[in-house]
Design a protein around this ligand. Structure first.
Ligand code: 2BA
Length: 109
């Protein structure tokens, strides 16, 4: 069994979840926060028994998740070190960051 951990943008998550459900994948959706931008994103846990279904799952994620340019305001310590200064930043946030893990065991009680 494999566990796909996919970090996607909130904007893409609803339609992605629908497509995964329709294709009969088992999914858990978690509300998460990116460490860099400190803004919300979505983490999906997808446990897959049959290895041959992994590529199809990746295809569905790829089809639904778009890269986007995001302008955000980060806070930086001022030169004097006595306060925080806002500064604008533009980054390209991935369509999806995906980790594929081997699962030793899956137990359901
Ligand atoms: P964030 O950590 O909020 O990062 C958002 C975007 O900011 C990143 O998009 C990247 O373009 C940029 N970024 C991140 N760290 C940076 C840095 N130190 N310097 C300059 N720019 C930086 P993505 O790479 O597509 O990542 C989207 C989200 O996926 C991340 O949100 C994080 O929640 C997750 N993620 C990405 N790589 C990860 C990893 N290796 N481990 C765990 N989570 C990861």
């Amino acid at each position: 069994m494999k566990l796909i951990v996919a970090i996607v943008q909130d904007e893409d998550s609803a339609i992605l979840l629908d497509d995964l459900m329709e294709a009969d994948y088992r999914v858990t959706k978690l509300a998460s926060t990116g460490g860099f931008l400190k803004s919300g994103n979505t983490t999906l846990l997808i446990g897959i028994d049959e290895e041959e279904r992994i590529n199809k799952c990746l295809e569905i994620i790829n089809r639904n998740c778009k890269r986007r340019e995001v302008t955000s305001t980060l806070m930086n310590l001022s030169i004097q070190g006595d306060g925080y200064m806002p500064y604008p930043l533009e980054v390209t946030v991935g369509g999806a960051n995906i980790f594929i893990l081997d699962v030793d065991e899956h137990v359901v009680y």
